[in-house]
Design a protein around this ligand. Structure first.
Ligand SMILES: [Zn+2]
Length: 379
């Protein structure tokens, strides 16, 4: 033990310089890491890459991120995205710091802390590179002693093998609330479960059904049965095997805070079905009506088969289907993965969730994921 300890101390003495002159020669101790490699996905005619860069300050002194560029692999010098000032600050989150620091201070990372950059990269016609790297510009110190460093890292592959699936619902008027977007709550739900932080809801959609006037219910707004979405069929997006179900949670009275049960990891999704659709992909259907599930764990189901009925159980304010694809069976602890629907029709858009909605002539979209605040119809 003593020998090992001595060696470790000797190594430490070499790594940590004593003089500030020597310190300036060393690159800053910063880790850049991409926990989940992005997959190229199409959304409304544009190919996109969606991933996060975790930046951890391993030294005592604070650092400030002043610029981030996302580049292709080593032989590919094109800059896919460059963020600085307000665009950088808006893409940054600071896990564990509440309330979030105001934008100008968000890029300052004190010793031992982490920043997460949420990236949403539209690609031009040259398409996606095979690999990505990240070039980070940071500044340290203050006044006359400000030093700027440029470091590259966070290297990752780019996956092209996107899942192609059928619809999770039938019919028209489905608003893609909290759907894929750079800023939505789903996109940014980085949650540590069993020791690993993941974003299962990276591409999640809350499907709410609207009539042509943008209304979500008729009659009493406090009754689940008043909502168009309530009781509609949630259907298998592909052939698969039922991997997990929950069916014991009563529905909420519609409203922002009226939960029928305390919200825990066990109850947050309400009644749900997880369908193993192969190749390490799992489809997740949440907030179903209790007693409405038509499947059990281990059942083989066919694409289009009814799994259960859309409801308002768990952490839900009104009847809707929360749908996402993920790489494991943990509803919050898996990584969310993108997908493409064989086809849906874009029949309208809302400027904001539930607001300023306008219908348009049906526009067929093929091989795409729906984006936030679209109104769509499934065949
Ligand atoms: Zn949701």
């Amino acid at each position: 033990m003593r020998t090992a300890c001595g060696l470790a101390l000797a190594a430490f003495a070499v790594v940590l310089p004593r003089s500030s002159a020597a310190q300036a020669q060393l690159p800053p101790f910063v880790e850049m890491r991409v926990p989940k490699a992005p997959t190229v996905v199409m959304g409304r005619g544009t190919a996109m890459l969606v991933h996060e860069l975790h930046v951890t300050n391993f030294q005592a002194a604070p650092l400030t991120i002043t610029r981030l560029e996302v580049l292709g692999g080593e032989a590919d010098d094109r800059v896919l995205l460059a963020l600085q000032d307000s665009t950088l600050a808006r893409a940054l989150a600071r896990p564990g710091i509440t309330p979030p620091p105001p934008l100008p201070e968000r890029a300052r990372v004190n010793g031992g802390l982490r920043a997460v950059v949420f990236l949403w990269i539209p690609l031009d016609t040259r398409g996606a590179p095979a690999r990505l790297r990240h070039r980070l510009t940071i500044s340290q110190g203050s006044g006359d002693s400000v030093r700027t460093h440029v470091i590259e890292g966070g290297r990752t592959s780019v996956t092209r093998d996107v899942a192609v699936i059928g619809p999770p619902l039938r019919g028209s008027g489905w608003l893609t609330a909290n759907g894929p977007d750079a800023q939505t709550g789903h996109r940014r739900a980085l949650i540590p479960v069993e020791g690993t932080a993941a974003i299962a809801q990276r591409f999640a959609i809350d499907y709410v059904q609207m009539d042509t006037n943008g209304r979500r219910f008729t009659g009493d707004s406090l009754r689940n049965e008043s909502y168009y979405a309530h009781g509609t069929d949630a259907i298998a997006v592909a052939d698969g095997i039922v991997a997990a179900v929950k069916d014991s949670i009563p529905e909420n009275i519609p409203g922002p805070a009226s939960r029928a049960v305390p919200i825990t990891l066990e109850t947050v999704a309400g009644n749900f079905v997880i369908l193993d659709i192969g190749q390490g992909r799992y489809a997740f259907y949440a907030h179903l009506i209790p007693g409405s599930l038509r499947v059990r764990v281990g059942d083989r189901v066919r694409k289009g088969q009814v799994l259960g009925l859309v409801g308002n159980s768990g952490n839900s304010t009104e009847p809707h289907l929360h749908f996402h694809l993920m790489d494991g069976t943990s509803p919050l602890g898996s990584e969310g993965i993108p997908y493409a629907h064989e086809r849906f029709d874009l029949v309208g858009t809302c400027r904001r969730m539930f607001a300023e909605c306008a219908r348009s002539a049906a526009e067929p979209r093929r091989g795409e994921i729906p984006l936030a605040n679209m109104v769509i119809a499934f065949p």
